[in-house]
Design a protein around this ligand. Sequence first.
Ligand SMILES: Nc1nc(=O)c2c([nH]1)NC[C@@H]1CN(c3ccc(C(=O)N[C@@H](CCC(=O)O)C(=O)O)cc3)C=[N+]21
Length: 295
Amino acid sequence: MSGNLIDGKQVAARLRNDVAVAVKSLAVTPTLAVVLVGDDPASHVYVRNKIKFTRETGMNSVEQRLPADTSEDAVVETVRALNADPDVDGILVQLPLPDHINSNRVIAEIDPDKDVDGLTEVSAGRLLLGKSGLRPCTPTGCVILAKETLGDLTGKHCVVIGRSILVGKPTALLFLEQNCTVTIAHSRTENLSIVCRGADILIPAVGRPNMVKADWIKAGACVIDVGINRIEDASRKSGTRLVGDVDFAEAEPVAGAITPVPGGVGPMTIACLLRNTVLAACARRGLAVPDGLAI
Ligand SMILES: Nc1nc(=O)c2c([nH]1)NC[C@@H]1CN(c3ccc(C(=O)N[C@@H](CCC(=O)O)C(=O)O)cc3)C=[N+]21
C-alpha cells in the first residue's frame, strides 16, 4: 500500500473502539432498532453488518424484519411503535424500501431524536441552522477522515461533487461547519474538472465509476471518494468488484491523500451510525457527549 492512502477501515475500527469505551461509561446500554422490509440480498448483508458491529460495541440491537409485501401503513406503525418504546435510542429504516412504499412518508415518521441516519426534515433543519442534532453518517465519516489527514480544516477549499439529499448537501454543510470554503459541484457545473482542481479537499459523491481523472486533482489534495459502484470484472470469482467515483490508479500518484474503495468511506458510515446511536442515547437523557466521540 502507498503512503498516501487514508485507511478508512483502521479509522473506523478506532472509532468503534471509542464508541465501545463510551458505551461502557454509560449507566444505560444504548439500543439501535433496524427496520428491514423485503429480501434484497445486499440490504440483508448491510443490516447484518450493522447489527454485528452494534453488538460488538456493547450495544443492544433490535431487528424488525418485515416481508416485501408489507403495507406502507404497517411500516409506519412499526416506526411509531419504535418511537414510543423508551428503550429504543436509534431507529434506522434500511433503504431502499420496496417500490410500493413511499420512503419519504416512512422517514418523516421517525422521531428526530432517534434519527441516527440524520434523514428527517428536523435533522436536516438542525444541521442547516447549526443546532445540535443527529448528522448523516456518510458525511460525518468524510469529515472525520479529512481531519484525520489534514488536522484543522479551517480555510481549506472543499469541493463536493454531487448535491444529493443523502450525501452531497449535508457533506457541504458539515465542511462549512469546519470553516471550509465549500463549493457544491454537480452534473450541470461548467468546467467541472477546473473547479475540482481548485480543491484542497475533493469529495466525489456521484455514483459514476472512475469519473474523476488525474487532471481534476490539485497536486497534494486530499481526495475522499464517497462513490461505491459495483462494476463487472471477469477476473474476479464473483464477476464484479467495487470501485469509487475516482479513477484510483490515475489519481493516487497526484493526490496527497486518498481513500480507497472499498476500505474508505464505507466502513466509516457504519462506525458513524454506532456513534450516532450513543449520541442519541445521551442526548435523550440530557447527558453530555462522551469523551472521544466529539469531532
Ligand atoms: N437507512 C439507510 N442508511 C444507510 O446508511 C444506508 C442505507 N439505508 N442503505 C444502503 C446504504 C449503503 N450503505 C453502506 C454502508 C457501508 C458500506 C461499506 O462498509 N462498504 C465496504 C464494502 C462492502 C462490500 O464489500 O460490499 C467498503 O466500502 O469498504 C457500504 C454501503 C449504507 N446505506
